[in-house]
Design a protein around this ligand. Sequence first.
Ligand code: NAD
Ligand code: UD1
Length: 320
Amino acid sequence: MSSRYLVTGGAGFIGSALVRALLDRRDGSVAVLDNLLTGREENLSELAGHFEFVRGDIRNASAVERAVAGATHVFHLAAIPSVPRSIDDPVPSHEVNIDGTFNVLRACAAARVSRLVYAASSSAYGDTEVLPKVESMLPRPKSPYAAQKLMGEYYCSVFSSCFGLETVALRFFNVYGPRQDPSSPYSGVLSLFMKALIARTSPTIFGDGEQSRDFTYVEDVASLVIKAAFAPNVSGNVYNAGNGNRYTLNQVWRELEKIEGVSLPPRYGPPRAGDVRDSQADTTAARRDLAHDPRFTLEEGLRRTLAWYRENLAEANTAR
Ligand code: NAD
Ligand code: UD1
């Protein structure tokens, strides 16, 4: 039987990379469910005709049921993915990230989907005394967003144990790469760094810039997500989806200045509420159970990402 893949949030940054990776497999059909809140159809434009696009909201249970019908594997990435946005405006984040996730899980259990892979978040760990962060550590979420994504993990595990739905939750660490939307103050830091670098302006860093992240290239994440959909004996589990390294924001900005051959000293602002100080994945379990094998060093990932922004931000500016 050929597979039928559904990607919620498939018009987003990571979701669109996953749609590309799934279509490359040529072993089934692909559908996307997205309400285009932060996602864009342009992220999938060159794939038009090769997948089905359903514009719909995961807060609407019947829209979710219709989209899930017939799917063999569901990749649940739709979310409002920003820590500060969940503090400034917590209700929509709660409704999408918790209630929406519940709707997706219920629909998948009812439709007897073979497996659901959930985009969980390393933010669930909060500040731990020990690095790297291991799945066995007690989660200590520091923001509404982190608590919401953790609740999604718990629901995945419970749907696996109580309702017979196979689930795998992957705690993505900070993902970066082409198509990460730099247009909002809530955008991921590396997309904002890319935009500043190309415009030759200084980036704003919240705090002293010595906070660190395990920046993970989007193609490495997409390939791990697909491995998680097929690995045996992993249902109900949670895995780190990171690189295993960590870099401070100051280090990353210096690396970008070096690649581009410029000097643009950052502006420093007050630290952000809900911010985790350091983040680094222990990748042992994902390597062992899911054959996780990240391919991109930070330097290679930054070069590829910068090349994409250079081409596409320039195009967006000329189109205006
Ligand atoms: P994104 O904003 O590009 O993608 C989210 C997608 O979900 C968008 O296409 C958006 O339109 C869609 N969406 C939002 N609300 C929806 C709703 N109510 N109904 C249907 N679709 C809706 O962000 P991303 O960085 O690609 O994040 C994808 C997933 O990965 C999210 O679940 C996020 O929590 C998780 N994640 C991301 C990172 C990261 O570093 N980017 C790290 C950890 C976890
Ligand atoms: C990010 C993801 C979140 C994910 C989490 C997993 C986004 C928008 N957020 O959260 O979905 O679950 O990783 O670890 O993709 N910063 C600046 N200047 C800026 C913007 C941010 O200094 O202009 C700082 C922040 O204060 C923070 C760091 O950069 O210390 C990273 O911020 P951000 O990119 O928003 O990601 P996280 O909050 O780590």
